[in-house]
Design a protein around this ligand. Structure first.
Ligand SMILES: Nc1ncnc2c1ncn2[C@@H]1O[C@H](COP(=O)(O)OP(=O)(O)O)[C@@H](O)[C@H]1O
Ligand SMILES: [Mg+2]
Length: 298
């Protein structure tokens, strides 16, 4: 299917945890042209996955609209959402989530079976897709017989099985070494350029982000800036990703201390204190996870 434009308008997502509400997205506006590619960067807990899950039809928005071509995603009923997820959008995740008992080819075929594609078409398309991601010779390999990078390429082929016009990738290189990360990124770019798929990719890796001409930086649930690859490059020299994480952690701790003070001195109400404190704690937990993944804290 030919590419679609994506328009996100004032998108809000609030999660209710008991009495308290966490605002994961606080009014996101984003436009991606048909066949365009956008990278989304931003600290842990800033709402990147929430945004992608709403675009992927896995989660529902609290307010605002998303238009995918002529489809108003935010208005779809559950039946139409199933069709949307199967035919309109392909979704690649950070964790390698192939079915371990199936071969590479069977993993790619699965979404086509769900869509009722005839067997002959399925196997021809599977061959074509595995070829596109450079894995024609891995047709009958099970996931544990493939490297992490190869598994992620199979996952990309599976996401493309039903020829969706929109491809979403959430930290697709998050679990890969830099060589495999580059290879996976190159295939995503190729799919965007040569197959014309609209591509929205979340990443914390600046080198991966730079492969898109448009880079959106999201912070605390809003888009803070729109950057070009050269602007990313200049940020890169000033501080590494780890430095940014550490900086963000110390800022967060400062914010928490300030909030405690504001509560003690009566500047914020009990309800607001509980709400803000919970939100900050969740962001902190996300940051701690990320630092742990980066091997900084045990
Ligand atoms: N299912 C959920 N229930 C409650 N809060 C959530 C849920 N999913 C995400 N959040 C919160 O929403 C915020 C954004 O999370 P997320 O979109 O996963 O961020 P990112 O992908 O940028 O790290 C965080 O504060 C997170 O704790
Ligand atoms: Mg995430």
């Amino acid at each position: 299917m030919s590419a679609v434009p994506v328009i996100v308008d004032s998108l809000v997502k609030a999660y209710k945890l008991g009495r308290v509400e966490v605002q994961a997205l606080r009014g996101i506006n984003l436009k991606v042209e048909a066949g365009g590619m956008v990278s989304i960067i931003g600290p842990s807990g800033s709402g990147k996955t929430t945004l992608l899950n709403i675009l992927g039809g896995l989660d529902r928005a609290t307010a605002g609209n998303v238009h995918i071509g002529n489809t108003v995603l935010t208005d779809l009923d559950p039946t139409k959402l199933v069709y949307y997820r199967r035919q309109i959008v392909g979704h690649v995740f950070q964790t390698l989530n192939l079915i371990p008992t199936l071969t590479a080819a069977e993993n790619v075929e699965l979404p086509m079976m769900a869509a009722g594609t005839p067997r002959g078409t399925r196997s021809a398309r599977t061959k074509e897709l595995l070829g596109i991601v450079g894995l024609a010779d891995r047709h009958d390999h099970k996931p544990d017989e493939l490297s992490g990078g190869e598994q992620q390429r199979v996952a990309i082929a599976a996401a493309l099985a039903n020829d969706p016009p929109l491809l979403l990738a959430d930290e697709p290189t998050g679990e890969l070494d830099s060589v495999n990360a580059k290879m996976v990124t190159d295939f995503l770019v190729k799919i965007n350029r040569e197959l014309g798929k609209t591509l929205i990719m979340v990443t914390h890796d600046q080198n991966v982000a730079k492969t898109a001409n448009n880079i959106m930086r999201i912070e605390d649930g809003v888009i803070k800036s729109s950057l070009t690859p050269s602007q990313i490059a200049s940020q890169d020299t000033s501080s590494s990703y780890l430095d940014q994480l550490r900086h963000r952690m110390s800022e967060l701790e400062k914010q928490m201390r300030q909030l405690d003070d504001d509560f003690k001195t009566g500047k914020v109400s009990g309800d607001e204190y509980a709400d803000q404190r919970l939100r900050l704690r969740q962001v902190k937990a996300g940051l701690q996870d990320e630092l742990q993944r980066q091997g900084v804290i045990g």
